[in-house]
Ligand binder design. Structure first.
Ligand SMILES: *[C@@H]1O[C@H](CO)[C@@H](O)[C@H](O)[C@H]1NC(C)=O
Ligand SMILES: *[C@@H]1O[C@H](CO)[C@@H](O)[C@H](O)[C@H]1NC(C)=O
Ligand SMILES: *[C@@H]1O[C@H](CO)[C@@H](O)[C@H](O)[C@H]1NC(C)=O
Ligand SMILES: *[C@@H]1O[C@H](CO)[C@@H](O)[C@H](O)[C@H]1NC(C)=O
Length: 429
């Protein structure tokens, strides 16, 4: 079946550091008590108050901040990331962090702890995950791969199992190739064999890997007509022109013109509750748009949308970008997690762990969702066909929106407001 697919993987590798002298960050003293320690977090996230909505604005803030960091250095390539994947994995990691390391993760994720409590954050992620998976349109989950030699604290394992539904595996990281296979097989199995080649490289000292995967297969509510897909020019970044297939559909779409940001926005719904937003900056205005875009603009657009007849043309493309997002997270303030001050003593008090790599890989396939060609006879198509007998004299011509130059896009779960995917497409391929 053809569908618009998006898969993201977020992987955090932690490595072990052996200290030869006693420094301030060797925290063995707390170790003897851990067996008695109780998990302080709610274990049944769907009982009690609904708090998921409290984390939505912070998550959106984080998404826009991360986008800004990425777009300030990545100009000529596609940017695609899954904000929910990144923030939920880092929130899960924060359960194992202490002191500055922990507060920098919360700050970096845009959480303000004087406005929201830690247990609300984790319960919020737990409830969101439940909401996203219960509708069966999303497959998402977390996993921990732990080296056999790590003495992981039971409290941490309990928390990540209950709040992030994480599965954990004890494997042998000394067998680097075996560990890579293990992780990749797991991901492949969980994501229906999608051909994403996750871990190509695991640093030698890695003793723990945390994985978040997110798979979404959407079908456009209003299918593009495969017969109308035509090869056309796409004016990619830096005045290069590439030939690619442009899909076409004319229908009523939600539309808004933003005169402040010099862009036009079209909402293309999937069947179900998710929508894609395609944002076309005016000629030469991409950089301006990127630098002034804030999360409030999303709300502004979504409240001022109006239905319009649109002759919509978007590229049929796939993109498989992957990034080491470490430097972006560091610039968002998560510094200690990566250096000698890292304090992950709530994961394993006996060991000194720090993050060695943070990989994010996204696969996006956009197509007509032409599994059912008979869908081409949908009423909107017939109505707006170029056949003059169907055109009523009073009908204004549809607005033409052709995404044949770099554009921004979002995929949003409209029932929760969660940004599932955010990015910029400069060269569809
Ligand atoms: C955090 O929230 C408090 C209370 O609303 C506010 O005064 C403070 O400025 C916020 N901090 C940041 C960094 O936004
Ligand atoms: C490493 O793991 C692979 C795959 O699981 C296995 O085939 C291989 O025998 C292992 N090597 C060693 C030295 O244990
Ligand atoms: C893949 O998943 C299925 C069910 O989800 C399970 O039965 C099977 O053992 C898994 N295979 C591997 C290699 O993990
Ligand atoms: C693209 O072409 C325009 C004129 O056609 C030129 O002004 C501009 O500098 C070019 N941009 C790049 C990045 O080459």
């Amino acid at each position: 079946m053809k569908a618009t697919i998006y898969l993201s993987l977020f992987l955090i590798g932690l490595q072990l550091h052996y200290y030869h002298f006693t420094g301030p960050h060797v925290v063995q003293s707390s170790y003897p008590n851990i067996q008695q320690q109780q998990s302080t977090l709610d274990q049944e996230c769907n009982t009690g108050d609904n708090v998921w909505h409290k984390i939505i604005p912070y998550n959106a803030d984080f998404a826009f901040r991360l986008y800004k960091e990425m777009s300030s250095t990545i100009e000529d390539k596609n940017i695609l990331f899954s904000p929910i994947s990144v923030s939920s994995a880092l929130a899960m990691l924060s359960l194992g962090a202490k002191s500055e390391t922990q507060s920098q993760i919360y700050d970096g994720l845009a959480f303000n702890l004087s406005e929201i409590e830690q247990n609300e954050i984790h319960k919020g992620f737990c409830q969101l995950m439940y909401r996203h998976t219960v509708r069966a349109y999303v497959k998402t989950g977390n996993a921990l791969f732990l080296d056999k030699s790590l003495e992981v604290l039971p409290t941490f394992l309990e928390d990540v199992r209950h709040l992030y539904h994480a599965e954990d595996f004890s494997i042998d990281f000394l067998n680097n190739t075996g560990a890579k296979h293990h992780i990749n097989d797991y991901v492949k199995n969980k994501t229906e064999g999608t051909k994403i080649n996750t871990v190509k490289y695991l640093s030698k000292n890695t003793r723990m890997v945390l994985v978040n995967y997110f798979l979404y297969k959407g079908e456009w509510e209003e299918r593009f007509i495969p017969e109308l897909t035509l090869e056309e020019d796409f004016f990619a970044y830096g005045n290069t022109t590439v030939k690619l297939n442009m899909m076409l559909n004319t229908a009523l779409y939600k539309f808004v013109r933003d005169e402040e940001l010099f862009c036009s926005v079209v909402e293309v719904p999937f069947s179900g509750v998710a929508v894609a937003l395609f944002i076309l900056p005016d000629q030469g205005k991409l950089k301006d748009l990127e630098s002034s875009l804030v999360k409030e603009d999303l709300d502004k657009w979504r409240t001022s949308f109006q239905y319009k007849d649109i002759k919509l043309s978007i590229p049929k493309f796939s993109a498989y970008p992957s990034y080491d997002v470490k430097r972006f997270l560091q610039r968002l303030g998560m510094r200690n997690a990566f250096n000698q001050h890292a304090d992950f003593s709530k994961i394993a008090a006996k060991h000194n762990l720090r993050i060695s790599q943070v990989l994010h890989e996204v696969m996006l396939v956009v197509n007509e969702e032409g599994g059912v060609v008979a869908g081409a006879m949908g009423p909107s198509f017939t109505f707006f066909a170029d056949d003059p007998i169907f055109l009523l004299p009073t009908l204004p011509p549809p607005l033409v929106m052709t995404f044949n130059r770099p554009f921004l896009m979002f995929v949003i779960d409209s029932s929760t407001g969660t940004i599932l995917l955010m990015g910029k497409i400069v060269i569809p391929n």
